[in-house]
Design a protein around this ligand. Sequence first.
Ligand SMILES: [Zn+2]
Length: 68
Amino acid sequence: MKKIVLSTLVALVFATVSSCSGKKTETQNEQNQSVEQYQCPMKCTEEIFDKAGKCPVCEMDLEKISNS
Ligand SMILES: [Zn+2]
């Protein structure tokens, strides 16, 4: 009886660990695709850029915005 419980527990832990690591990679990929937005730190333009660069108005480096 005890043996069955133990092996069930081991299987459960194994499943949790493998599903967790799979989820983590998925979430990271999602963030890289959708969250990256950049805006001028001086806010001299309302424009949102999808990649890093310089503000076309004041030529300062764009600042990364997070959606959270
Ligand atoms: Zn600017």
